[in-house]
Design a protein around this ligand. Structure first.
Ligand code: NDP
Length: 316
């Protein structure tokens, strides 16, 4: 069986940047895109803060360009996902990974860039109505609620960004923040408060999403006053953060309590020799496209150095 020098799992800014660097270093990388080719940025509108785009760029366009750049240097981009791994603890030994159809791959180094996935509140009514008006992606689904009244939960940058996005399409957006402050940056908060059709409610949590087959409304509670209120809406957007996609690595790689992979010092090395982690899967602090890309670059350089060290070890 052919042994790959570098297998990259994930196709966000971290995965593609790792691929660009690995391909240019003759590591002939094979990249598996995962379930959501292009990652989280494919569900974003404008990216205004990635250096080098003075006029901004939309997320999907940026991801297509990153893929093209990785392919230009010979990256083998494969649509599909890895659903099982068997890492070897011995330096220089190959690692195994299996695709969803059972194909076995062997690689000397693996770069994990599997990102993170949207969280839900966990209310039974919310789960029942997923696909029936409950969504975690305003950019993907907002269009379906054109001219209608919707609500969004969360107080971070994602919620603020999505609320202003929805406000352009929908007649009214009720934004529910569970604390008396928002976590979003001041600039994003300003955008929310200066948008006329956003009804911002602090200290407010959802008791129940109303509706049988589709969302018809919300019962909400003010967690300070205990006051409950009902509103009619047709769409509910959940924007309360993300969970790292690390389930398949559980028991094999060190992770923190939230499941984020732990890397050593200022490197991307995990606790297994030859396995590196980059992007949101190992970063709960910054979680930006540019920081993800930066760690993708680091992972490819770390993989290249690791292979060089192993080669020298074998020679001596
Ligand atoms: P965050 O973790 O930053 O924010 C999550 C929000 O959801 C918080 O307000 C949190 O409330 C709230 N929340 C969590 N759980 C619940 C719950 N069960 N019920 C109600 N509310 C809940 O996640 P984001 O996705 O907003 O952002 C992730 C990262 O991405 C951040 O670093 C952010 O800055 C960045 N980002 C940057 C953007 C940009 O620069 N253009 C755009 C989008 C994201 P609480 O504060 O009470 O914990």
């Amino acid at each position: 069986m052919k042994i790959l020098k570098t297998l990259i799992i994930g196709s966000g800014p971290a995965g593609y940047t790792a691929a660009i660097y690995a391909a240019r270093a003759d590591l002939n990388p094979v990249l598996y895109t995962g379930m959501e080719p292009g990652g989280q940025l494919t569900t974003t509108t404008e990216v205004d803060n990635f250096p080098g785009y003075p006029e901004g760029v939309d997320g999907p366009t940026m991801m297509v360009q990153l893929q093209q750049q990785a392919e230009r240097f010979g990256t083998d981009v494969r649509i599909g996902f890895i659903d099982k791994v068997e890492f070897s603890k011995d330096p220089g030994e190959t690692h195994k990974a299996y695709t969803e159809d059972g194909t076995e791959l062997r690689a000397s180094t693996i770069i994990i860039s599997t990102g993170a996935t949207a969280k839900y509140l966990g209310l039974p009514s919310e789960q029942r109505l997923r696909g029936g008006g409950v969504s975690a992606c305003a950019v993907c689904d907002g269009f379906f609620y054109k001219g209608q009244e919707v609500a969004i939960v969360g107080g971070g940058d994602t919620a603020a960004e999505e609320a202003t996005y929805l406000a352009k399409i929908c007649s009214k957006v009720t934004m529910l923040v569970r604390k008396d402050t928002m976590r979003a940056s001041k600039a994003m908060q300003h955008r929310v408060t200066s948008t006329k059709n956003i009804d911002l409610r602090y200290n407010t949590e959802i008791d129940e999403v109303l509706g049988d087959q589709v969302v018809e409304g919300l019962r909400m509670k003010n967690n300070k006053s205990g006051f409950t209120d009902e509103i009619s809406i047709t769409g509910l957007f959940i924007a309360i953060g993300h969970k790292p996609n690390t389930d398949i690595f559980r028991g094999q790689l060190e992770m923190d309590d939230s499941g984020y992979l732990i890397t050593k010092g200022k490197t991307t090395a995990t606790n297994v020799p030859g396995v590196f982690a980059s992007g949101d899967v190992q970063d709960k602090e910054y979680r930006q496209a540019v920081t993800a890309a930066g760690t993708g670059c680091m992972a490819a350089l770390d993989a290249e150095r690791y292979l060089q060290n192993v080669k020298e070890l074998v020679k001596s």
